[in-house]
Ligand binder design. Sequence first.
Ligand SMILES: [Zn+2]
Length: 77
Amino acid sequence: MKLVFIKCTKCGKQFYCETLLTDNRFPLHCPGCGKYISYKEYQSQLQPISSTSVLTRIQKPISKETVGEILYIPSKE
Ligand SMILES: [Zn+2]
């Protein structure tokens, strides 16, 4: 799994997400302010980072408690 860091264009908070999302040009959802960030908006921020270096920067594993810190696409209800 590869991760990239994205800075929200609205609230400025930085999150990380899987490249699976960015590779498919999906809009990203900022859990900080609720904004949907389009591919055009975060395109310039994409920088490939090796999963090894990213994992050393992430203090906590991805879990229910930490998922709020990660950009994601909310499931449809
Ligand atoms: Zn935001």
